[in-house]
Ligand binder design. Structure first.
Ligand SMILES: Nc1ncnc2c1ncn2[C@@H]1O[C@H](COP(=O)(O)OP(=O)(O)OP(=O)(O)O)[C@@H](O)[C@H]1O
Ligand SMILES: [Mg+2]
Length: 440
């Protein structure tokens, strides 16, 4: 302050001195004008610098204040230092804020920040897809007006946020189940977190179905067995009756045994998710064995055709491959009525995939069932399949075996005409001989 006063006094002294010197040669009026003109210089400078300050873009990065002399120079330097510090602080805050936003955006969980009146203040892209909202369009809108799911609206209006809720039919195609919970934070703000639990719910439902199915499948033959045992205990039976009952009991026991065996096979296949070992599997010998088994099972009721369209061998687990092939053949025989034709073939596709195919002229399967056919315990006609001794696990096992052998199970069927089940092996699973050529 003292410095600025000194400078002002210096300008005053200069103005008075030059005014006095001028009065020695010219009139008093001219001397007064000279003094005033000199005093106007610092005022003009001050006005000029103030204007510069006013027009200076303080937040424009890379720009610095113009250089100036004297007291203004000092003031400019101070202002410039403050501006630079503020710019650095803003940059740090900006990058911290961006990191937070990027973190929230990277989260697979939905995050929505709401004010006390449930207006959307911010949300990430996962929340946008879960709730079908658009932040740029819907910002500051009340979320319960946008997401019309009654459970969700009810949860928000009740304000009982201690527990999460599970909401179904969310997402753009109503295909998601999400868990939602709201937490209070800051100054009357709400943080809404949403997690996609669709797969979890499906697994849980599958587990429940599985337990229910296994219990049901085992209870039925057990009830029959107990019934026979009670009858045998309470009634005196003739030798013929006893033998008939024992034969029926044997059928039910075998049914339970095959169910337990199939379950164990499935469990082993599921635990062992890795690709199957690469043992050489001779399809010529296998087809001969399959034909003998098929003829025994069909007992002359069907026309059976076995075709070896290639001599290419397979790499895989012999036991598993045999189980998959005989499963498909036994289905064809069991579900095709007497007089039908069953064609089993091993060939190469034009893309040199190995194709094991079983075609029958049986009842065929309605297209609605095809996607579910490989689910455990899924039967098209439960009673018919059960009558033929089916547990509904066969195709689930075949699918698992195919997956372990880099292969796909392909099913085509026409109701009333018949079905074709193919296992299509990737070329790397094949051992082609010089004579192997694609099937026609
Ligand atoms: N060739 C076929 N023709 C018509 N329907 C079939 C054929 N193969 C399978 N299906 C239908 O698909 C269902 C599922 O077959 P899958 O082999 O998984 O079970 P299953 O034959 O009932 O019992 P399992 O094979 O465990 O003894 C069967 O119940 C049957 O309804
Ligand atoms: Mg079967």
């Amino acid at each position: 302050m003292k410095l600025y006063l000194g400078r002002f006094i210096a300008w005053l002294v200069l103005a008075l001195t030059l005014g006095w010197l001028t009065s020695l040669f010219a009139g008093t009026l001219i001397a007064l004008c000279v003094s005033l003109a000199i005093l106007a210089i610092p005022l003009a400078m001050a006005y000029h610098y103030l204007q510069m300050l006013q027009e200076f873009p303080f937040l424009d990065k890379g720009k610095s204040l113009p250089k100036s002399l004297g007291a203004w120079g000092d003031a400019f330097a101070k202002i410039e230092r403050i501006v630079k510090e503020s710019r650095a602080q803003i940059l740090t805050l900006e990058s911290r804020h961006n990191r937070f936003i990027q973190g929230f955006q990277a989260s697979p969980n939905g995050v929505v920040m709401l004010d006390d009146a449930l207006h959307i203040e911010w949300c990430n892209s996962s929340a946008e897809s879960f709730f079908g909202i658009n932040f740029h369009k819907d910002s500051q809108q009340n979320i319960s007006f946008l997401v019309r799911n009654p459970d969700f609206v009810n949860y928000l209006s009740m304000r009982r946020f201690e527990h999460p809720i599970i909401i179904q039919r969310m997402g753009f195609a109503n295909e998601l189940t999400i868990a939602v919970q709201v937490f209070a934070f800051g100054d009357n703000q709400l943080l809404l977190l949403a997690q996609d639990v669709t797969d979890l719910q499906k697994t849980e439902a599958m587990r429940r179905d599985f337990v229910a199915n296994v219990s049901h499948e085992i209870r039925t033959p057990l009830t029959v067995l107990i019934g026979f045992l009670e009858t045998m205990q309470s009634i005196e039976l003739s030798a013929e009756q006893r033998n008939r009952y024992l034969a029926l009991m044997m059928t039910q026991s075998s049914r339970m045994k095959s169910l337990v065996e199939d379950l164990l096979t499935l469990a082993n296949l599921e635990v062992n998710a890795a690709f199957a070992p690469r043992q050489e599997f001779d399809l010529v010998a296998e087809m001969a064995g399959l034909k003998i088994d098929a003829e025994a099972l069909s007992a002359g009721r069907h026309r059976l055709v076995f075709e070896m369209l290639t001599d290419a061998a397979l790499y895989g687990d012999r036991r598993e491959l045999h189980s998959a092939f005989s499963n498909l053949i036994s289905n064809a025989i069991r579900y095709t009525p007497e007089g039908g034709k069953i064609t089993v073939s091993w060939g190469l596709s034009p893309s040199r995939h190995g194709v094991f195919s079983v075609t029958d002229t049986g009842p065929g399967i309605d297209a609605v069932h095809l996607p579910r056919l490989t689910e455990r315990f899924y039967r098209v006609d439960g009673s018919r399949s059960r009558d033929t001794g089916g547990t509904g696990l066969g195709l689930a096992i075949v699918k698992h075996i195919a997956t372990r052998h880099n292969a796909q199970l392909l099913i085509t069927s026409t109701l009333g005409k018949g079905s074709t089940f193919k296992i299509r092996f990737a070329p790397e699973r094949l051992l082609e001989r010089a004579t192997s050529s694609p099937s026609p």
